[in-house]
Write a protein that binds this ligand. Sequence first.
Ligand SMILES: [Ca+2]
Length: 329
Amino acid sequence: MVFPADKSVLVFLLCIWAVAARGQPGQSQEPTRIPLYSFSLHPPFIEDNLNNRWWNFGGDTIVESNKFIRLTSDRPSQSGWLWGKVPLTAAGWICEIQFHVHGENSLYGDGFAFWYTSEKEIQGPVFGSKDYFNGLGIFFDTYNNGRHREPFPIVSAMVGDGKTYYDHNNDGRSNQLASCSFHFQGLESARATIKYIRGELLEVRTTTGVTDNNGVLMWNDCFSVTNVTLPSVGYMGFTAHTGDVHDAHDILGITTTGLVNSGSSNLPPARGSASSPVSQPKPYNPVQSKGSVGSALLTALLVIVGILVLAYVVWNVVQQQKSKSFKRF
Ligand SMILES: [Ca+2]
């Protein structure tokens, strides 16, 4: 026996299913972006205690608190560094760097590096940092040591295992992952983003600061490499050095954002929170993000709806039986 109400319930269930199925992407869920203030840096760079809560600097680095962090001045044989104090453990993140590399001479070098490595604050020959590093180096290389045809400056990437050297005389070509040309030298508003998703992706994009008609920054793809895995714990840092040729290498701002699968609700505390000194998101889980969360939610929703439908049908039957009994009298 089928009550009319059952038919409408069936239609309702099918609608719920259709809506839920549409919510399950095919299946490209964008990760949630969470600001990581502990790994970002903006003016004033120096706080009241003449330090910065989250960053150390040293070597020849000069800080103009409201303007820049100058890793090297426009002089020969300089070497400076800026390193995060706490390790980053997020499995997905994107770091945007605003920088200004400039000098008075037509011959300039050598460039600066972005690091995500298991060690920090060790000076050496690779853009002012140690060689045989373990982790990621992104090199903003302004001096063409190897006399390559590729127009300089370039941005190149290397993932070191702690045993492999950086091929300085050949601008790192021997062991690099990828590179692109990027004419940032002399530009006041150059920026780059470095995006990493553990086991999946390393992507670098750049902009010269040019905007479109709507005032939106125009970004260029530099390179994208798949299946990249870095140490699960790493320090973020910036270093630069000069030799016979030189430049000022200024960091103007760093904005780091965690990439978290949308199923997580464990948002980090706001800046300055005393409850947790290091704001880090839960690891980005690419497998979970591809539908298992959506399936679990859908299943839970259908179970709840099923219970409500069952209760409604039982109630309907009871009401109809009561009505029949009443008519007998
Ligand atoms: Ca070089």
